[in-house]
Write a protein that binds this ligand. Structure first.
Ligand code: NDP
Length: 264
């Protein structure tokens, strides 16, 4: 069964790439009572122009929030602002999308340093960990409010965390994918994000909060590069369809943009 996404939705890393199209398509596809909290590092800066255009295009539907996921103070301030906006309704969906792939191409193991490992872990794992932890009371509120309709059923409409991961995080798939691109800091940090996903799913199931990892496919963005086969629109359309169909059986797992389960 698929449920239309709606309610209060927070997305990180939204000034470009997949995050920008997530905001655009969520604004298009969700009803008037929905609101999108679009987070980015510099909402006032020139790098957020495309995002600001979306705010104008969808009046009253999108709020820009300043958030650097690697900075704890920034996470606290962002969640405070969101909390004041959503009030008793809470937060229905948190999409942890912001990430880095360091060092820039070609990311060979021999050209990778400690700093690349530490920064990748800070942004790709500690970031989603912190923001999810701070948003937990808001997610709990949303799950409680929709309990009368949904009982013990979990969904992205009710209350959920989606951690954007990658096929390259799969340990089982590593012999196949390693020759394509080494990307050791990125792979290891996303594998840790997968474990975070499992831990959160276990911890939060008593609150009926769904937690899943999602691989967007290989997408034409600054990170994915120009030869990637998927446009951001194709990837995001697929991921939103998958999110709409997620239920209890999917919590604690990693799926791709077409809904196929990826082995750890
Ligand atoms: P991009 O590099 O195009 O965009 C990354 C986004 O993350 C930007 O908005 C960037 O903001 C933001 N970001 C980076 N660091 C921080 C930070 N410290 N705090 C807040 N925001 C930050 O990446 P994609 O759009 O391609 O990737 C989106 C997600 O999809 C990522 O999780 C990625 O791992 C995953 N993915 C992508 C694939 C692809 O082929 N593109 C394949 C598999 C997974 P800023 O402009 O300020 O740097």
């Amino acid at each position: 069964m698929s449920v239309e996404l709606d309610g209060n939705i927070l997305v990180t890393g939204t000034n470009r790439g997949i995050g920008l199209d997530l905001v655009k398509m969520l604004a298009e596809r969700t009803g008037q009572r929905s609101h999108i909290y679009a987070c980015c590092r510099e909402p006032e800066g020139s790098r957020a122009e495309a995002l600001k255009e979306l705010v104008t295009q969808y009046p009253g539907k999108i709020t820009l929030i300043k958030l650097d996921v690697s900075n704890e103070d920034s996470v606290v301030s962002a969640v405070q602002v969101v909390s004041a906006h959503v009030g008793a309704a809470g937060l229905n969906l948190l999409i942890n999308n912001a990430a880095v792939n360091m060092p820039e191409r070609p990311a060979l193991m021999s050209a990778t340093g400690k700093q690349d490992m530490m920064l990748s872990y800070e942004i790709n794992v500690a970031g989603p960990f912190l923001i999810s932890k701070m948003c937990l009371p808001l997610l709990q509120k949303a799950a409680e409010i929709r309990s009368s309709d949904d009982g013990d059923n979990m969904s992205c409409r009710r209350s959920a965390i989606i951690n954007i991961s990658t096929l390259f995080s799969s340990i089982e798939k590593c012999p196949e994918t390693f020759p394509m691109a080494q990307m050791v800091p990125y792979r290891t940090s996303k594998a840790a994000l997968n474990m975070l996903t499992c831990c959160q799913a276990e911890d939060f199931k008593t609150h009926n909060i769904l937690v899943a990892g999602l691989h967007p496919g290989w997408v034409r963005t600054d990170m994915g590069g120009e030869i990637a086969p998927l446009s951001t629109e194709e990837s995001v359309r697929g991921m939103l369809n998958v999110m709409s169909s997620l239920s209890n059986k999917d919590s604690g797992f990693l799926l791709d943009w077409e809904g196929n389960r990826i082995p750890w």
